[in-house]
Design a protein around this ligand. Structure first.
Ligand code: UD1
Ligand code: MG
Length: 459
C-alpha cells in the first residue's frame, strides 16, 4: 500500500487501523449485519476497508461480534491480510479496541480507530488526522459541527487542544450546548494508547467503557490531545435504512462527479446509478436512467442510451447500447458493437462490429465479428437442468425471429432464414431454413369472402 503523501514525515511511521464492527445494528431491522448493507454495491465495511487501504496503513485489524462469519468473510475477501478479533461482549468502544490488544501491543507508531458504519470517510481526512501524532500528540479526534447534536459525544476544547469528549447522556446542560461533536474517528499514538485505554473505567450512565475517555486520561498524564473538523456529511453514521439511503445519495454524487470530471457526459446525472467499481473511458455518453451494477467497464466513445441496466460487463470502444438494453454478468462487447432496444445478453462474447439491434436474448454464446442478429433472435440455452452454448461465426446473418437450440454452431458467413428453429449446426456460408414451407392459393380470399357473404344473407 502506497500512501499518496509519502514525502511527509508522518507517513514514514507505521500505522494500524482498527475498524470497530461489533455493533448490534438493530435499527436496520435486518437479518443481515448492519455493516454488510451496501452502498453503491459495496458493503459499508468494504468502503471503510478500501478507504483505509488507500490511505496507506500497514495493518488492518477488525473487531467483529461473536458468530459473525459473514462479516469475517467479507473483510478477508477485500483484505486477505486483515487481522480479525472477536469482541465477545459488547461493553463499549474502549473495550472493543482492547479486544484487539494482542494484535496491537506497542508495535505501531500510529493507531487509527474507525467505525464500520461510517462509510463516507475519505482517505485524505484520515491522513490529516494522523499528522499531529508525528509531532507528539497522543490523541487526535475527528469532530464535525452537527446540525442536530443530540446523541453525539461533545468536544470540550481550549484553543486547538481538546480537554475531554463528553457523551451526550453524561453531559451537563451547558456541555449539551456545544455543537462540535465526535465523529468517532480517532488517531492515537501507538506507544501510549493501550496503556491509556486500559485505564478507562465504565463509571458513566451507560456502564460502558468509552474510548472517548482517552482524552481526559491523556490530559491527566500530561499528554496532548488535538482535534480536526470534518464535514458532517463525510462522517455520517448509518444506523437505519433512511440513513443508508442518504449515504447512498452522497456516494452516488461523488461517483457521478468523478465520472463527469474524468470525461463522461451525463445529461441527467441524478438518474444514473453507478457502482463503487464502475470504470469509464473518455468521451462516454450516458443518457438518463441507466444503472451500472458491479464490475462494469466502459471503453472510450461509447454511447449508453436511456433505461439500460448492466452488471459484470466489459464494453469496448465505440459501442452503442440501448435504449432499454440489459447486459448481464459475463457479457463482453467488442469494438463498435451495437445492442439495441429490449435486448438481453448474458455470458456472451460479441465480436467487433456485430449488431443485435432489437428484442433478443443472447445467453451462453459467442458471436463473431460483424455478424448481424435479427430482431427476436433467441438462443435457447437451457433445458431446465443444464446450460448449453451457441457459437456464431463471423459475418453471419441470423434472420429475424429465429430460435437457436443450443448446443449449436453457425459457421462464418452463414445465413439463417427468418423464423427458423435451428436444431442442427449450420456450415460456413450455407443457408439454413427451418420453418414451414409457404403455400400460396391464388384468389382464395375472394372465393372465401363470396361464400361467407352468401351464407350471411341466407340468415
Ligand atoms: C459513538 C461515540 C460518540 C460519537 C458517536 C458518533 C463513544 C463512547 N461514543 O457513540 O462520542 O459521537 O459514536 O456516531 O465512542 N462498537 C463495538 N463494540 C462495542 C461498542 C461499539 O464494536 O462494545 C462499535 C460499533 O459497532 C460502532 C462503533 O463502535 O461501529 C460506535 O458504537 P456506537 O454504539 O454506535 O456508539 P455511539 O453511542 O454512537
Ligand atoms: Mg453510533
Amino acid at each position: 500500500m502506497v500512501s499518496k503523501d509519502s514525502g511527509s514525515s508522518s507517513f514514514a511511521r507505521s500505522c494500524a487501523a482498527i475498524i470497530l464492527a461489533a455493533g448490534e445494528g438493530t435499527r436496520m431491522k435486518s437479518d443481515m449485519p448492519k455493516v454488510l448493507h451496501e452502498i453503491a454495491n459495496l458493503s459499508m465495511i468494504g468502503h471503510v476497508i478500501m478507504m483505509v487501504q488507500e490511505a496507506g496503513v500497514d495493518t488492518l485489524i477488525a473487531v467483529i461480534g461473536p458468530g459473525r462469519e459473514d462479516v469475517r468473510a467479507e473483510i478477508l475477501k477485500l483484505c486477505p491480510s486483515a487481522k480479525i478479533v472477536v469482541q465477545e461482549q459488547r461493553l463499549g468502544t474502549a473495550h472493543a479496541v482492547l479486544a484487539a490488544k494482542s494484535e496491537i501491543g506497542e508495535r505501531f507508531d500510529d493507531l487509527l480507530v474507525l467505525f464500520a458504519d461510517t462509510p463516507l470517510l475519505r482517505a485524505e481526512t484520515l491522513q490529516s488526522l494522523r499528522k499531529p501524532l508525528s509531532s507528539g500528540a497522543a490523541v487526535v479526534a475527528l469532530g464535525f459541527n452537527a446540525e442536530n447534536p443530540a446523541g453525539y459525544g461533545r468536544f470540550l476544547t481550549e484553543g486547538d487542544r481538546m480537554i475531554a469528549i463528553r457523551e451526550h447522556k453524561d453531559a451537563t446542560e451547558a456541555e449539551r450546548e456545544v455543537t462540535l461533536c465526535n465523529s468517532g474517528l480517532m488517531a492515537l499514538d501507538g506507544k501510549t494508547a493501550i496503556g491509556m485505554i486500559e485505564a478507562i473505567e465504565n463509571k458513566n450512565s451507560q456502564r460502558e467503557f468509552y474510548l472517548t475517555d482517552v482524552v481526559e486520561i491523556a490530559d491527566r498524564r500530561g499528554l496532548a490531545s488535538f482535534y480536526r473538523v470534518a464535514d458532517e456529511q463525510e462522517v455520517m453514521g448509518v444506523n437505519d435504512r433512511v440513513q443508508l439511503s442518504k449515504a447512498e445519495a452522497v456516494f452516488q454524487g461523488r461517483l457521478r462527479n468523478g465520472a463527469m470530471l474524468a470525461g463522461v457526459t451525463m445529461a441527467a446525472p441524478e438518474t444514473v446509478f453507478l457502482s463503487f467499481d464502475t470504470r469509464f473511458g473518455r468521451d462516454v455518453h450516458v443518457e438518463p436512467h441507466v444503472v451500472f451494477g458491479r464490475g462494469v467497464s466502459v471503453g472510450d466513445h461509447v454511447r449508453v442510451k436511456a433505461f439500460s441496466h448492466f452488471e459484470e460487463t466489459k464494453i469496448a470502444e465505440q459501442a452503442e447500447i440501448g435504449p432499454f438494453a440489459r447486459l448481464r454478468p459475463g457479457t463482453e462487447l467488442g469494438v463498435g458493437v451495437k445492442i439495441g432496444n429490449f435486448v438481453e445478453v448474458k455470458k456472451a462474447v460479441i465480436g467487433d462490429g456485430a449488431k443485435i439491434n432489437h428484442l433478443s436474448y443472447i445467453g451462453d454464446a459467442t458471436i463473431g465479428a460483424r455478424s448481424n442478429i435479427g430482431a427476436g433472435t433467441i438462443t435457447c440455452n437451457y433445458d431446465g437442468f443444464f446450460k448449453y452454448t451457441t457459437i456464431i461465426g463471423e459475418d453471419a446473418f441470423i434472420g429475424a425471429n429465429s430460435s437457436l437450440l443450443a448446443p449449436i454452431s453457425i459457421g462464418n458467413g452463414a445465413f439463417v432464414g427468418s423464423g427458423s428453429v435451428v436444431t442442427d449446426d449450420v456450415p460456413a456460408n450455407a443457408l439454413a431454413l427451418a420453418r414451414g414451407q409457404q403455400v400460396v392459393k391464388l384468389e382464395w380470399a375472394t372465393a372465401f369472402r363470396e361464400k361467407a357473404r352468401a351464407k350471411k344473407a341466407r340468415k
